[in-house]
Design a protein around this ligand. Structure first.
Ligand SMILES: NC(=O)c1ccc[n+]([C@@H]2O[C@H](COP(=O)([O-])OP(=O)(O)OC[C@H]3O[C@@H](n4cnc5c(N)ncnc54)[C@H](O)[C@@H]3O)[C@@H](O)[C@H]2O)c1
Length: 358
């Protein structure tokens, strides 16, 4: 397979390293409009071909696919050109910067029968998949709420705010774990350095079944935190991605109320303080799994776990959250997404885009 990675800044080199290590990739090309970035790639990997103009890649007839790791607002125009030229496309999160552009790429990929995949990296981690299986086993009981915190100092982005930058991970994890899309979103935040670019925000996702999820994102925090807390009716779980060993801890803690009582005085909360355990999780690099999955989907014509629709669901929620941010946290309904059963979705991941948003 002949593949190109466009964007060799902070994140692109991670994709390049993983594609180079794949024995299914015979030739890799690197593209960046900044020559210094290309020189660095050439130093690291002398065998790769480089170009500073992605349009040159469009002229390579036997190029199979591209992976796009450029700033978010460039995803749509670049991807559109490659899909139109019949190439498979992987795009870093967020898929695009709007519902309409995401839908356009999905439709183009379907028309050209090409793979469109988005880099929701956390769906490929062993930890998130373990958490998913724990929730599905019923061990935590009914999920009351999720709290997801993704904060650190920087990196400030010039073109997108902290919600577009960091929340795609939290949102994709929550949707993947719960197999549900929210019905409405509220978001509040502040821009401290650049008038229009919020650097701290809290976003709330409200689901139909009573579940509520809180997301806290910041580029202005002294500590790097990547922690998701899931509180269920039976147990509680904390997934801390910074922990090197015990990333998941399950707490047999909870609150019980008497099933019936005669007077208010009889009503007593009883708190349960049970054991804490940390399940073993596999040790592998999620990006390697993600890159292998992209290649496998191309080779076998499979639907990616994180396909265009997965990208679009996250983009829709980000769009609604940003609308809410500008309206001081007003509730914004999520439109255009609906849940389908796995059967209806022919073995897919349970979601589909509903008609009628446009
Ligand atoms: N999956 C993850 O965990 C993860 C982590 C970080 C970033 N990302 C995503 O990766 C993407 C890139 O982020 P980054 O932090 O690496 O940004 P960056 O600014 O460090 O790098 C982007 C690179 O793209 C190049 N570029 C821009 N426009 C170009 C064009 N038209 N043609 C060729 N090259 C072009 C720039 O010169 C730069 O080198 C973003 O979508 C970001 O959200 C994903």
């Amino acid at each position: 397979m002949k593949l190109a990675v466009i964007g060799c800044g902070y994140w692109g080199p991670n994709l390049i390293r993983n594609f180079i290590q794949s024995n299914k990739v015979q030739e890799l090309l690197c593209c960046d409009s900044d020559q210094k970035r290309l020189d660095r790639m050439k130093n690291l990997y002398p065998m790769v071909k480089v170009t500073s103009d992605y349009k040159e890649l469009l002229q390579i007839p036997d190029l199979d696919a591209v992976a796009i790791a450029t700033p978010a607002k460039t995803h749509h125009p670049i991807a559109k050109e490659f899909l139109s030229h019949g190439k498979h496309v992987f795009i870093e999160k967020p898929l695009t910067h709007s519902y309409e552009t995401a839908l356009e790429l999905i439709q183009l990929a379907e028309e050209k029968q090409k793979i469109l995949m988005v880099g929701h990296t956390f769906e490929y981690t062993a930890a998130v998949n373990k958490v998913k299986s724990i929730i599905e086993s019923g061990e935590l009981g009914k999920i009351f709420y999720i709290h997801s915190m993704r904060v650190n100092l920087g990196l400030f982005q010039p073109d997108i705010n902290v919600v577009w930058d960091l929340a795609p991970h939290d949102i994709s994890i929550i949707l993947y774990l719960m197999g549900e899309v929210p019905v409405s979103v509220n978001s509040q935040g502040k821009a401290h350095f650049n008038r229009d670019i919020e650097d701290v925000a809290t976003t709330t996702l409200n689901f139909n079944n009573g579940l509520i999820a809180f997301i806290h994102n910041s580029w202005l925090d002294p500590n790097k935190v990547r922690r998701t807390t899931i509180v269920g009716s039976r147990k509680m779980l904390v997934y801390d991605d910074i922990e090197p060993q015990e990333k998941i801890k399950i707490y047999d803690k909870g609150v019980d109320v008497p099933p019936y009582y005669d007077t208010y005085a009889d009503f007593q909360y009883s708190y349960r303080y049970g054991d804490i355990y940390s399940p073993r999780i596999e040790d592998y690099e999620p990006l390697r799994k993600q890159c292998d999955h992209f290649i496998e989907c191309i080779r076998k014509g499979r639907k990616p776990l994180t396909d265009g629709y997965a990208g679009l669901r996250v983009v829709s929620i980000l769009e609604a959250a940003n609308k809410s941010l500008k309206l001081s946290g007003r509730s914004i309904q999520i439109q255009g997404l609906k849940l389908m059963t796995k059967k209806q979705n022919k073995g897919g991941n349970g979601f589909l885009v509903a008609e009628g948003r446009r």
